[in-house]
Ligand binder design. Structure first.
Ligand code: GCW
Length: 688
């Protein structure tokens, strides 16, 4: 064999292996340096040293260029913000420098221009909430067990492997600006505050700290009684107050920069101040007082609802609005984006903008509990963009949810946002390679809540899938071929994916029609003998007269919780956006839609459109095969196949079930169901 041929073969072999082996563990942090950089920085600290290492590891600027990192007192820079410029990064804090470095590297790798620019975070606190249990399982986790907790004799030992994983985790978060983590489930075990467990929390906090991540804990309101053996946990009881004070002191002696508590109280069976006829404010303030001397905060959740009330969607507002102004200034009310529960589509929770004298933070769900878990490809940034840009009208036009929560409109003491994490022990962290994009998007939006989902998708795809290190500096670092054949189609697919899921699961404002309590497949029929607000018929209200939840002024009057003109807009069929139609209205099957179709037909077309969209995603994916490593290609291809099968089940289950009431044919120009309703009801989507 001549030498040239054998070199070529060797090269091809190396290239193929290189392309084959990619398990996704490195996330969006794949950039390897293309040359040296000269760093000038007079300061040294754990975070600054990480910044320097990152530059050396991933520098994509002109080889040999000089970069000056400097700490400056500049009033235009807020918190851990930074100023980017040619050859320099300025910040007020070490973390500002670190975030500036990550931004610079991201721009170099994505070919985005590097201009004189200021970047201040939208929210001071940008947190991941882990719903991780002490035994290592994760509530609504679909990517393996917890990276923090496990069962067994070694449950509290901290291994080198643990530390390495936590460090990788902290690095990924810092690279997108996330600066805190709640390490355990909001359905919290009182044991969480046990001294032995706190030692492990300390070990985790020590690893996260240099990356700017603070540690928080979800606490159980009954801890004084259950863990401290007190007679009760009444927030007005002197012994209870003292117990929390002592506990907080103990925590800060181990973790001096501890962030604070997250509390789910009097919600879904969790204990809370109402057990002692006290209010949410009484409970939250008691904890806030204990944390105050140390600078800690309380994030008190507004996710409350009781089976006695007529409309679950209204309860957070009814319980919390009367308490506005009664909370200590280190309490933040944490509110889910929608008024029911992380559904594929909900209007925004009316508490946003309405609670004017209290710090309010959005809670988003990154883990896809209601959006196909780790099987379906659903890019959530479009949903979050829709939510953040929702107009509340609370202080006139321009009072978007984003501006009502980030301090632009109300002078809230703390600005914060949290996302329920989708991270587990799976090698690729999130179960589905594309679910990494949701973790990424959450961090990016928490830093800058006016980013578009389109830009976020663009960045993420470039960072995650670009194959060869770019050889040129500037905007042309990606080949025309790759941009047209890979970036474009994959981006379009991501941007359409959430609407596709809404279409095949719950179009036109339908919500919470999931099977059983796994929240995966369809179950509009699911109505065992449990509280009605845990069953789909409560939400869809389908009968022979029609379908939808009447929340108009003559119905539950949930519309009344929205500020005008929204209230009238949602109330009036002529102006209610059709995406929320059945959220706010109960309508006859032959109601005329804007496109002149009757409601039943339009519903069928929506389900069918969702199904067709996922079938298209399969084609998109098969076509991009030459541009991606085989490991990730095959993994996503398999997931898309299952997503299509599932979408078919959603289509068939919902249409056949609702057809019993509509008593009309499925329009003949769309595909016929492929499953029998009885079989679907029996299998209850247990086989995913
Ligand atoms: O979405 C629901 C989930 C519960 C969760 C609850 C909550 C942690 O089904 O698993 O409990 O919300 O947010 O508290």
């Amino acid at each position: 064999m001549n030498e040239r041929i054998s070199v070529t073969i060797l090269f091809l072999l190396f290239w193929t292996l290189n392309v084959i082996a990619d398990d996704g563990h490195t996330l969006w942090l794949r950039g390897q340096s293309i040359g040296p950089v000269k760093i000038i920085c007079s300061k040294s600290s754990a975070s600054i040293n990480i910044a320097k290492q990152e530059l050396e590891k991933s520098w994509h600027g002109t080889p040999g260029a000089t970069l000056v990192l400097s700490i400056k007192s500049d009033s235009s820079i807020k918190g851990d913000g930074f100023k980017l410029g040619s050859g320099k990064i300025e910040a007020k804090t070490d973390l500002g420098i670190l975030y500036g470095v990550y931004e610079l590297l991201r721009r170099q790798q994505t070919g985005e221009k590097i201009i004189e620019e200021m970047s201040n975070p939208s929210y001071d606190l940008r947190l991941l909430d882990h719903w991780d249990n002490l035994n290592g399982t994760i509530e609504r986790g679909y990517a393996g067990n917890s990276i923090f907790w496990r069962n067994g004799n070694d449950s509290l030992t901290v291994t080198e492997h643990d530390k390495k994983l936590w460090q990788e985790y902290a690095r990924a978060n810092a690279s997108i600006g996330i600066n805190g983590a709640v390490l355990n489930n909001v359905n919290s075990s009182p044991r969480m505050l046990d001294g032995k467990i706190l030692k492990k929390v300390q070990a985790i906090a020590d690893v996260l700290r240099p990356y700017g991540m603070k540690t928080y804990l979800a606490v159980n309101f009954s801890s004084p009684a259950v863990l401290g053996n007190l007679k009760m946990s009444d927030p007005f009881n002197a012994e209870v107050i003292e117990w929390w004070k002592k506990k907080v002191e103990e925590i800060y002696s181990l973790i001096p920069d501890f962030g604070g508590f997250l509390v789910k109280a009097n919600s879904e069976g969790q204990p809370g101040p109402q057990d002692y006829s006290r209010t949410h404010a009484d409970g939250a303030n008691m904890m806030a007082d204990a944390l105050k001397p140390f600078g800690g905060i309380v994030m008190w959740r507004a996710f409350v609802y009781s089976p006695k009330e007529k409309d679950r969607a209204m309860q957070a507002f009814s319980e919390f609005i009367p308490l506005d102004g009664q909370f200590r200034d280190n309490v933040i009310i944490q509110v889910k984006n929608g008024p029911v529960d992380f559904q594929p589509r909900e209007p925004f929770n009316p508490l946003f903008g309405a609670m004017k004298k209290t710090s309010v933070m959005p809670e988003l769900q990154i883990t896809q509990e209601y959006l196909g878990q780790s099987t379906h490809l659903v890019f959530l940034a479009t949903m979050w963009e829709e939510f953040l840009q929702s107009e509340t009208y609370q202080e006139g036009k321009g009072s978007t949810v984003a501006r009502c929560t980030d301090g632009s409109i109300f002078r809230q003491k703390h600005t914060a946002i949290a996302g329920v994490s989708n991270i587990g022990l799976d090698t690729n962290w999130c179960g589905h390679h594309f679910a990494q994009a949701n973790w990424y998007a959450f961090g990016r939006l928490a830093w800058n809540n006016s980013l578009t989902s389109k830009n976020i998708a663009d960045e993420w795809i470039k960072l995650t899938f670009a194959q060869t290190p770019p050889d040129k500096i500037g905007s042309s670092i990606f080949s025309k071929n790759w941009t047209e054949k890979f970036l474009g189609p994959v981006k379009t697919m991501m941007l359409e994916s959430r609407e596709a899921a809404v279409n095949y699961m719950m179009p036109l404002g339908l919500h919470h029609i999931f099977a059983g309590d796994h929240h995966y497949g369809p179950g509009p029929w699911y109505a065992p003998n449990i509280r009605p607000d845990w069953t789909p018929p409560y939400y869809h209200q389908a009968d022979t007269n029609g379908i939808g939840f009447d929340r108009t002024r003559t119905g539950s009057n949930a519309v009344g919780q929205y500020h005008e003109p929204l209230c009238s807009q949602f109330d009036d069929l002529k102006t209610c956006p059709e995406i929320y139609l059945l959220w706010f209205h109960h309508l006859p099957w032959d109601y005329k839609m804007k496109n002149r179709r009757i409601l039943w037909d339009d519903l069928c077309y929506h389900y069918n459109a969702g199904l067709q969209q996922v079938r298209e995603f399969q084609k998109v994916w098969d076509r991009i095969q030459p541009y991606i490593d085989s490991e990730r290609f095959v993994a996503v291809q398999n997931k898309l196949r299952r997503q299509c099968l599932n979408a078919q089940v959603w289509n068939d289950g919902c249409l056949l079930y609702f057809q019993q009431f509509s008593r009309r044919p499925i329009p003949y120009d769309i595909g016929r169901p492929m499953n029998n309703l009885d079989d679907l009801i029996k299998s209850d989507m247990k086989r995913r």
